[in-house]
Design a protein around this ligand. Structure first.
Ligand code: ADP
Length: 163
């Protein structure tokens, strides 16, 4: 059985991520979407909230499993028998960071292959950071995040979305 991991902070999950899950899940028998704590970022949503949003928004993908984890991705991948790490790639700005991460992963765990899926053009400008910024000013979120996530963001910034 081929197992892939799609790691990220997903703070919150966007339509860009969902597109990567839908396409990535076709490349493997099981796709583990792993929410992790990025120590360099202060999250808007807690791990539990991010995990819950991922559960809600990935129900339509049969071979997906949502987990959260702390610690080293390579160790977690080995524990779970995963051999592929799937990441989305947007613009050139993603490349430098992703290239370094993929090389580092190859160095610490040569058996794991990092595979990149190109962002679809209609999602290539969507980032969780941009969504958080939009939401904190009460911006329109339609078409950028799943409607469930839109609702959660509007709850977080209640005062900005008063009818
Ligand atoms: P991280 O905190 O590790 O950077 P993110 O939660 O921001 O993770 O994103 C997880 C993965 O999804 C990364 O590989 C990122 O490049 C990819 N990704 C983020 N937004 C998009 C998008 N709009 N289209 C395609 N891939 C995306």
């Amino acid at each position: 059985m081929r197992i892939g991991i799609c790691p990220g902070s997903f703070d919150p999950v966007t339509n860009g991520h969902i597109d990567i899950f839908e396409r990535g899940s076709k490349l493997v028998d099981r796709l583990i979407v792993a929410v992790f704590e990025n120590p360099t970022k202060k999250p808007l949503f807690s791990m539990a909230e991010r995990e819950a949003m991922l559960h809600e928004t990935t129900r339509h993908i049969a071979n997906i499993e949502v987990v959260s984890f702390g610690g080293l991705l390579n160790q977690y991948a080995i524990e779970r028998g995963a051999t592929i790490i799937i990441r989305g790639l947007r613009a050139l700005t993603d490349f430098e960071y992703e290239f370094q991460r993929a090389l580092l992963m190859k160095k610490v765990e040569p058996t794991i292959e990092t595979v990149f899926i190109m962002a679809s053009t209609q999602h290539s400008y969507i980032s969780s950071t941009g969504i958080r910024e939009l939401a904190c000013f009460g911006g329109k979120l339609e078409g950028l995040v799943p409607s469930y996530v839109e609702g959660e963001l509007k709850l977080k910034f209640k005062d900005k979305y008063k009818a």
